[in-house]
Design a protein around this ligand. Structure first.
Ligand SMILES: Nc1nc2c(c(=O)[nH]1)N[C@H]1C(S)=C(S)[C@@H](COP(=O)(O)O)O[C@H]1N2
Ligand SMILES: [Mo]
Length: 376
């Protein structure tokens, strides 16, 4: 019999132009069964993520009319309306302009929509997975608008996508002149088709719906257009029957991703509790964790450098005594805004709207180590 050292060894795989992940790594985006899979969403497996960057292939998706296949050579961005010099730009012209890269989260206004009700998400992915974080590269939109010259009274931009529904959103011009990007890069490579290849609008900190993908047109106007996605959708019906519209800011939110629903702790002992926090208003200042269902809170360690309007990773060493525990995180951002509890949120906004849920998410750890939704 041959010993291990003498065994013939098999050569590994050869080099390749573009690699796949290990066959042993299985994390996937989650979708729901649908008869219209072109109009839906897929959620990032937040509990499988490390650090703050979401791999592009696992960035959540939200499409209203499927993912168009666009030849970047043929693609054009038209900027017109209340401008001195209307422009039609090719991708090559856009990519010749001065560029910037920044890390920013993106979150659907409908993320955690199910949390308003009784049937809340059983995993971090189902509860909060319509949020991801990438490094985006592109041209500050401000530069393009300076090139066109805004006319007096220009107050809104109507951004339009090249997908079948020609998705349109009205974007306040302050945002367009501020941090907004015409993004063509994501995590070091061109945008993925599901993220808007070859060009998308990025308005860091604001609801995902505004960040029009496959961007083909910016019409400068003096008023919003009241499009479908800012009136019947992505607006918040309040208990008094009035609706809040243009609620663009994504307020501070966090979720514990380990331990989280669907996982199992192998036994009592020392663990590293971890999770993600983010705020559309800037930096995450503090994340507090409760291990006793909200009776007491302690500060988690925040991964540095913290970046404004990006995911912030938090961690806390936890000695689990093997007894049932209810755990959660609560984020505080640089404006002093504190992530609310679910009851507080419902008291303020009622239950008519499915958008902008940023309440505290509780997980319960049972004595056998299994972790589940505390609401269930
Ligand atoms: N053209 C176009 N842009 C779009 C959408 C769309 O369906 N069509 N969906 C919007 C919504 S609702 C969200 S939440 C984000 C999702 O971006 P992602 O798929 O890159 O995560 O894109 C927005 N931009
Ligand atoms: Mo969305």
């Amino acid at each position: 019999m041959m010993g291990r050292a003498e065994e013939a060894r098999t050569l590994g795989k050869p080099l390749s132009g573009y690699t796949e992940r290990s066959v042993y790594v299985k994390a996937e985006r989650a979708t729901r069964q649908s008869k219209t899979p072109e109009a839906g969403s897929s959620a990032t497996p937040l509990a499988d993520m490390m650090g703050i960057i979401t791999p592009s292939a696992l960035h959540y998706e939200r499409h209203h009319a499927g993912v168009p296949t666009i030849d970047p050579e043929q693609h054009r961005l038209t900027v017109h309306g209340m401008v001195e010099r209307p422009l039609v730009l090719t991708m090559a012209e856009i990519q010749r302009m001065p560029s910037v890269s920044r890390i920013a989260f993106l979150e659907c206004g409908g993320n955690s929509g199910g949390e308003w009700g009784a049937l809340t998400g059983p995993t971090a992915q189902r509860a909060c997975g319509l949020a991801s974080c990438s490094e985006w590269t592109g041209v500050p939109l401000r530069l393009v608008l300076e090139e066109c010259g805004l006319k007096p009274g220009a107050a809104w931009l109507i951004a339009e996508g090249a997908d079948a529904c020609r998705m349109q959103r009205s974007v306040p011009v302050e945002a367009a002149l501020g941090e907004a990007l015409l993004a063509y890069g994501q995590n070091g490579e061109p945008l993925r088709p599901s993220q808007g290849f070859p060009l998308r609008l990025l308005t860091p900190g604001w609801e995902g719906n505004l960040q029009v993908k496959w961007l083909r047109r910016l019409l400068v106007t003096d008023q919003p257009y009241m499009t479908r996605d800012e009136t019947s959708k992505y607006s918040d019906l309040m208990p008094d029957g009035k609706a809040r519209i243009f609620t663009l800011m994504m307020e501070a939110k966090s979720v514990v991703t380990f331990p989280s629903g669907g996982q199992r702790l192998p036994g009592r002992g020392l663990y590293e509790l971890t999770g993600l926090a983010w705020s559309g208003q800037g930096l995450i200042e503090r994340v507090e964790v409760t291990l006793d269902g909200g009776r007491s809170w302690q500060a988690a360690v925040l991964q540095e450098p913290r970046l404004p309007k990006a995911f912030t990773r938090f961690r806390l060493a936890w000695q689990w005594d093997g007894k049932p525990a209810v755990i959660a995180s609560r984020a505080v951002d640089e404006t002093g805004y504190v992530q609310p509890g679910k009851e507080e949120l419902i008291a303020a906004r009622g239950l008519n709207s499915g958008y902008h849920f940023n309440g505290i998410k509780l997980w319960k750890v049972a004595a056998d180590g299994s972790v589940a939704n505390a609401d269930a």
